[in-house]
Design a protein. Structure first.
Length: 254
């Protein structure tokens, strides 16, 4: 099965991978900006997310193979590959396994290391949504607020809502499979894997996902990596400071 994507523009291939519980549409504004710079931008939905297929199997090896099939199908070579959070882990593994396909790698706010599970409340909140009785996004937000206090995070999560049929909401994500395999999201990149081409790691100054202790590991596995901090941004740095994010990415890929 082939991953779903939205494709913008013509030119050099630029593939973007979203994070856990996200979708390619989260990157539409930036994707269109990149496409105007002479890139064909592929906003990819990873399996069990967005409009891509659902499957009970879910780990980074599988996600990387999904991307390989996608690149083969679209005949993509010398790609710019950008991944955020979970998508960054997929991108790192893919680049290390298939360096002949990747020209430059951009990793947004994630390190190759292990991360403990920290999505419990979010997954519990999403599971609490009773779609037999919910009649609006506002009602879904009220229910989710019992589990997730941050308004911005709830708005991000509620982008997964869609109208299954008139009067009935549902979730695009495969919540059952993602909950079952949530421990896979934090798994470390195999320590022996390396990607030696140009790589940019971007981190938010208010995020703890890439700390000082991560820099040595990053340099070991990505010896030609630079690490840049975006001010006034947390983990969703591309949404919180899109102007600086765009600037740093364009400076790197030019």
């Amino acid at each position: 099965m082939l991953l779903h994507s939205n494709i913008f523009g013509d030119g050099k291939p630029f593939v973007i991978l979203h994070g856990f519980l996200g979708m390619g549409d989260n990157w539409k504004t930036l994707g269109k900006q990149f496409s105007r710079e002479g890139y064909q931008v592929h906003l990819v939905d990873q399996r069990n997310h967005g409009r891509s297929f659902h499957d009970e199997d879910f780990d980074y090896d599988i996600l990387a193979e999904d991307l390989k099939k996608y690149c083969d199908y679209h005949r993509l070579e010398n790609i710019i590959l950008l991944g955020h959070s979970m998508g960054g882990k997929t991108a790192m593994l893919f680049a290390a396994k298939y360096p002949q396909i990747v020209k430059k790698l951009i990793v947004a706010d994630i390190s190759p290391r292990f991360y403990p599970i920290h999505h419990d409340a979010i997954l519990e909140g999403l599971a609490s949504l009773d779609f037999d009785n919910l009649e609006s996004r506002t009602e879904a937000d009220e229910q989710l607020s019992k589990y997730v206090s941050e308004f911005g995070v709830r708005q991000f999560l509620l982008k997964n809502l869609f109208w299954v049929e008139k009067g009935k909401l549902g979730l695009r994500i495969n919540l059952e499979a993602l909950t079952k395999n949530v421990s896979e999201v934090g798994e470390a990149l195999p320590i022996h894997l390396k990607f030696e081409k140009d790589t940019l790691f971007l981190r938010g100054d208010r995020s703890e996902y890439i700390g000082v202790n991560d820099e040595g590991l990053i340099k070991m596995q990505f010896p030609n990596a630079s690490i840049t901090t975006i001010n006034n941004a947390g983990h969703w740095l591309h949404a919180e400071n899109p102007k600086k994010f765009y600037q740093f990415v364009m400076d790197f890929i030019r």
